[in-house]
Design a protein around this ligand. Structure first.
Ligand code: DO4
Ligand code: MG
Length: 284
């Protein structure tokens, strides 16, 4: 079952259940006022099924999708794929050994990525920092976590990153990662009672420039050096999430070192079973 947030024809924020070609607007109740309330339910799929709904809205280009987030924090894991380890070691002479060690260590790299106001949804703009010269999108399977840190669903995540800032000094990582419009989530949350096997979770990144695809690569979550559950238990150590959380699980696709995003590029990230998140890029 897929759920999202969108603006209806009166510009009201609605929660919707997404079918192949329509969104079914759900009527909230005192128990389930927000999408986060549904995600926190014992059985989110049953909670969505329990709600009455309004007439379906056909999915057209006119739909105004919103990121499927309420008050949750967004966190991210890093260097969870060999490709990310190699790319980071190339970009940062000074910190190469840090990336090598964290790839092999028990404790993963986990960092704070974004507050909800810094997140954008499908078809909204993501941003390159004004002071950055080398930028990439990072296509990441993103775990949707309940307040009890149960993985209740998956969504598509884009962990926008400034490689020159991160590469200059690893202490600059928060600036390379967390700024206005630095994270994309959506277009939907795919709810699961049981997650698919990682071999079934394909990840695809396409970057479009002036109508041409200038970057096109695929990987699979099976290439991850860590399990989703392991990342979640590290995130939850001495850390409470009363509103639930999103956890980006790291990138397995990094364009070669001569590639940087440009303003007006359009980034398309697809995750099997979830959907495709598309965002145009702006700077300044
Ligand atoms: O260590 C820097 C960030 C790593 C990251 O974001 C990733 O591997 O996806
Ligand atoms: Mg990342």
């Amino acid at each position: 079952m897929k759920v999202t947030k969108f603006l209806d024809h009166t510009d009201t924020v609605r929660i919707g259940r997404v079918e192949s070609d329509e969104i079914i607007p759900l009527q909230t109740t005192n128990e389930f006022r927000t999408l986060a309330d549904l995600l926190a339910a014992e059985d989110p799929i049953a909670a969505v099924e329990s709600l009455n709904h309004d007439s379906p809205v056909p999915i057209t280009d006119q739909i105004c999708w919103l990121a499927p987030i309420d008050q949750q924090e967004v966190w991210a894991a890093g260097v969870t794929y060999k490709r990310s380890q190699t790319a980071r070691m190339e970009e940062s002479e000074a910190a190469a050994s840090c990336y090598d060690r964290v790839y092999q260590a028990d404790r993963p790299e986990i960092f704070f990525k974004a507050t909800p106001n810094r997140v954008r949804g499908h078809h909204e703009a993501l941003r390159i920092r004004k002071d950055a010269k080398w930028n990439v999108p990072e296509p990441e399977v993103t775990l949707v976590l309940s307040p009890a840190l149960k993985i209740v669903g998956l969504t598509v995540g884009n962990d926008m990153s400034s490689r020159d800032i991160e590469g200059e000094n690893p202490l600059y990582l928060p600036q390379a990662k967390c700024y206005n419009q630095c994270a994309g989530l959506g277009p939907v949350i795919q709810l699961y009672r049981e997650l698919p096997a990682v071999e079934e979770i394909g990840i695809d990144l396409k970057i479009e420039r002036e109508g041409q695809i200038v970057f096109d690569q695929q990987t699979s979550a099976s290439q991850m050096a860590r399990s989703f559950e392991d990342l979640v238990q590290w995130l939850g150590r001495d850390n409470d999430f009363p509103n639930g959380a999103f956890l980006m699980t790291g990138t397995g696709i990094v364009p070669s070192n001569d590639f940087t995003l440009s303003p007006s590029d359009v980034v398309h990230i697809s995750i099997s079973g979830v959907g495709t998140l598309s965002n145009h890029i702006v700077q300044g």
